[in-house]
Design a protein around this ligand. Structure first.
Ligand SMILES: Nc1ncnc2c1ncn2[C@@H]1O[C@H](COP(=O)(O)OP(=O)(O)OP(=O)(O)O)[C@@H](O)[C@H]1O
Ligand SMILES: [Mg+2]
Length: 870
């Protein structure tokens, strides 16, 4: 009990350890093993206790400990490794007992059964990737351990069951760092956006095999998983896709189409998912083709295509243009194309259905088993639900409250009821809708009400969003949500970003949206939803904001799209400021095509909202500038400055106009505009001031005032750090530029490497491009010609990948050092180095570039860098 109270939870440090080759060792040591284990336990327990760690469990030779403070956890791990080395082990053990360790920081909850949360599994995987005597850290752990222990970067790695790559770091203990160990034991990297934490399927082995062999053995290129809502199409597709990662060197990409409104949105959604939609001059189709052509086998998963089957011909064109492309679709109905292979998904077998009911009940702490006397009753329940997985989940969730007999009786009644009352509903929907209806009918008014209101959301959202949209009339959202989760109508979703969201399974979301649509106050909730999206986007519109404000706004992508669509359809005036702010955010994310399509109606509509007009014009100016239309960009920027009514908006407009001046090489004008912006925000909020100051520092740097620029960057750091201003994201790249301009080339490399890693963690492709480009030039200035040309090759490949990018305004400062580098090594070799750089897979590009940078900076010894990059 005492321990329970001490167990930390929330966002904490998670340390896993275990002895390498323990089974082998145990059998080799015989009776001595017991002593070895006891000593091992004593050493680790002591080190963990000394740093106030909480040992959650010891399983055989494995420890799981948690810490409130990440730095303490790192010190405990290092102390353990030292103690293990210092200890004198029996001769059979060898010099040291080889214990591997993994440290991660993430969000976990503490239940009766112990810790739960995706991050626990991630931490365990990190330990499993380490070698005996090695401590590995995740990026989150490294960020939060600060200077507690020295580490060396190992680049991005894929952990088992976690599709997206993760940066890993090796702790340096008494001089033993990355060079002392083989590369981490991780999966081969594959580019993908598959979510972490895949569903555990029951009874789908054969279906899985059918999908696999259609795509791989039989070489089908367009496979459609069909079946009714809730049968398990998406779940199966996700599991199949993750098992197919190894066959698809160019990646596996999930495209969620559940909320797309028209077939025209399919290709833009594909482009968005694969990160190709970066330039407005090409169509989405061209962007996708440019991004994927010649990169090897690639798999697209188009999820929930049923309302968009008219996009079929476009998909065929894509398949024609890309011979290595394969598409796996989930859809309630087939596309009816000649090239299509349909894999219909039936409900579960009865045995699997019972197993599913059992699993749901076990998770909810029930003891009963369907093998017992209830078996026949539960079998009838399963049949009443057509063995539909989603229906089974809903029904099983009620078994805490109702006995199997009661459940069956109610289910019978409501299925009959529904059959009478909704004769026109398609038969295949009947049992699910019936299940939802009776599940709702057993709840009080509040949770029922919340279920309907949740139909306004496009996907899972955080609690804050739910509360501020669905709680405006005082509904206790948290309480109602807890009830919905209890009965499996809503679910809690942990995403890879460590945030917890709440949403409805797709088939239920459709039902809830349908119920909302036919309710009298539908527009009230849609308006409330639109207002929330407006507030999120508007509070981030100037970009000079705390990082979390910006992140919250850009994470609300699908929601903002839905809100904007509704506002435009009914002509709600909120469409103007919402559209303007959203366009600015899209442009800041480098999504210029989307920004433009959001902007067009905004710029066309007459309005006297001067701030919204100004923001829209700013977004337009930036987009035009990237497109190289500098004169029109300047006209828009002038108008943006004129129409800005409040200081924040005016400051943004001035800063943007400054940048466009810089593109025109009018650096004095840039300094003038950006310093006026800074003056406007100086005594206002710190994130705003830091943002404007960053632009001024860039302007001063380009105007040759390097000392001034450096001072201002220090000021950005000082003012921005306490509020975690978004401006900090760009500090390293500018500090790198200044270092290089003042001849501190090694320092420049370090800044670029840091900037690259942070940009990769954010998914900021534009920033990655800029830093790669600067790094290549810098390496050439240092005479590291081979590395320079290799990084230049990576820069080119990256530019192609993101659909072409305009240069940065300051680029000419670095001059062209690559030409001379190529001359020094000779054109044949130069081409070879560049080709090698281009061939570096996208997923490892940043890692490899950072190794080149750190090697040049003298931070990593040359051997290590060479070895780990191979
Ligand atoms: N084989 C299975 N074993 C266990 N649970 C399953 C299985 N198949 C589906 N489920 C569960 O059933 C629910 C519905 O599954 P899923 O969302 O994959 O269905 P779907 O066919 O994609 O539905 P929709 O048409 O609404 O998109 C999910 O909660 C999922 O976890
Ligand atoms: Mg689905």
């Amino acid at each position: 009990v005492v321990e329970l109270q001490q167990a930390p939870q929330g966002t904490i440090a998670l340390l896993f350890t275990d002895i390498e080759g323990s089974t082998r060792l145990a059998s080799k040591l015989g009776a001595v093993w017991g002593d070895v284990l006891a000593n091992h336990h004593a050493l680790l327990s002591q080190a963990i206790a000394a740093e106030d760690g909480f040992v959650d469990g010891i399983e055989g030779d494995a420890f799981f400990a948690t810490f409130v403070d990440a730095a303490a956890a790192a010190r405990a791990a290092v102390a353990s490794l030292r103690a293990l080395r210092a200890h004198r082990w029996p001769a059979e053990v060898g010099d040291e007992l080889a214990v591997r360790m993994g440290l991660h920081v993430g969000f976990v909850e503490r239940r009766r059964t112990g810790y739960v949360g995706l991050e626990v599994h991630r931490a365990a995987r990190v330990a499993a990737a380490a070698h005996g005597g090695q401590l590995l850290l995740t990026g989150a752990a490294r960020a939060l351990t600060g200077d507690a222990i020295p580490v060396e970067p190992l680049g991005s790695h894929r952990l088992k069951d976690f599709p997206s790559p993760e940066p890993l770091f090796c702790a340096v203990v008494d001089g033993r760092g990355a060079a002392a160990f083989p590369p981490p034991r991780t999966q081969e990297l594959r580019p993908t956006n598959l979510p972490a934490g895949l569903p555990a399927l029951i009874g789908r082995e054969e279906d899985l095999q059918r999908v696999r062999s259609a795509l791989v053995d039989e070489g089908e290129r367009l496979v459609t998983l069909t079946g009714r809502g809730g049968v398990g199409k998406t779940s199966l597709a996700l599991v199949a896709a993750s098992e197919l990662l190894d066959e698809h060197e160019a990646g596996v990409w999930l495209v969620n189409l559940a909320t797309a409104a028209s077939p025209d949105e399919v290709l833009p959604a594909v482009a968005g998912a694969i990160g190709a939609d970066r330039d407005v001059t090409v169509s989405a189709q061209e962007a996708v083709i440019a991004r994927l052509r010649g990169r090897g086998r690639v798999l697209l998963i188009l999820d929930n295509l049923e309302r968009l089957v008219a996009a079929g011909p476009e998909l065929l064109e894509l398949l024609d243009a890309l011979p290595d492309l394969h598409i796996l679709i989930t859809s309630q109905v087939p596309l009816r194309l000649a090239a299509e292979r349909c894999v219909p998904l039936d409900a579960l077998e009865e045995a699997a259905a019972l197993a599913l009911i059992d699993r749901v009940r076990k998770r909810r702490g029930a003891m009963v088993s369907s093998h017992g006397p209830d078996r026949d009753t539960l079998l009838e329940v399963a049949r009443l639900l057509d063995c539909l997985p989603l229906g089974l989940e809903l029904a099983a969730a009620r078994l805490g409250l109702l006995s199997p007999n009661q459940l069956r009786d109610r289910l019978r009644a409501s299925t009959d009821l529904l059959q009478d009352s909704a004769a026109d509903r398609p038969d295949r929907q009947r049992s699910l809708r019936a299940t939802v209806d009776w599940t709702l009918s057993l709840l009080e008014v509040c949770p029922r009400e919340l279920f309907v209101r949740m139909g306004v959301f496009a996907g899972p959202v955080e609690l804050d969003d739910l509360e501020s949209v669905a709680g405006i009339d005082g509904l206790d959202v948290l309480e109602a949500l807890a009830r919905l989760i209890d009965v499996a109508l809503a679910r809690r979703i942990e995403s890879g970003d460590g945030r917890v969201r709440f949403g409805l399974p797709e088939a239920l979301r459709q039902i809830s949206a349908e119920m909302l649509g036919s309710s009298a106050d539908a527009d009230r909730w849609r308006r409330s939803h639109a207002r929330r999206q407006h507030d999120l986007a508007w509070s981030a519109r100037t970009l000079f904001v705390p990082a979390n404000v910006f992140r919250a706004a850009s994470a609300a992508d699908a929601e903002a799209t839905a809100a904007l669509r509704w506002a435009r359809e009914i002509g709600d005036p909120i469409a103007i400021p919402l559209g303007a702010a959203r366009a600015m955010l899209l442009a800041a994310d480098g999504r210029f095509r989307e920004a433009l399509s959001v902007l067009e109606p905004v710029l066309r509509s007459p309005t006297d909202d001067r701030s919204a007009t100004s923001i829209a014009l700013c977004a337009y100016a930036v987009t035009l500038c990237v497109l190289g239309r500098l004169d029109s960009a300047m006209t828009s920027a002038d108008r943006a400055v004129e129409s800005a009514a409040d200081p924040e908006t005016r400051a943004l407009a001035l800063s943007m106009r400054g940048v466009i001046h810089a593109y025109h090489r009018e650096f004095e004008a840039d300094v003038q505009d950006s310093s006026e912006a800074t003056a406007l925000l100086r005594d206002r909020d710190p994130a705003g001031y830091a943002g404007a100051l960053l632009y001024e520092a860039q302007a001063r740097m380009m105007a040759g005032e390097l000392d001034r620029a450096r001072e201002q960057l220090a000021e950005v750091e000082r003012v921005g750090r306490p509020v975690d201003a978004r401006a900090l994201w760009h500090l390293d790249t500018l500090s790198g530029d200044i270092a290089v301009l003042t001849g501190h080339l090694q320092e420049g490399c370090q800044h670029y490497a840091r900037s690259l890693e942070a940009a990769e963690a954010r998914g900021d492709q534009l920033q990655i491009h800029h830093d790669l480009s600067s790094l290549g030039q810098t390496l050439a200035m240092m005479g590291r010609d081979e590395d320079a040309l290799d990084v230049a090759g990576m820069t080119e490949a990256h530019a192609v990948q993101i659909g072409g990018v305009a240069a940065r305004p300051g680029d000419h400062f670095h001059g062209n050092h690559l030409g001379p580098a190529a001359q020094r090594v000779g054109s044949a070799l130069a081409e070879e180095f560049k080709t090698r750089g281009r061939a570096v897979p996208a997923a490892t590009r940043v890692t490899v570039a950072c190794q080149r940078a750190r090697r040049a900076a003298g931070q990593v010894n040359e051997d290590v860098a060479v070895r780990t990059s191979e």
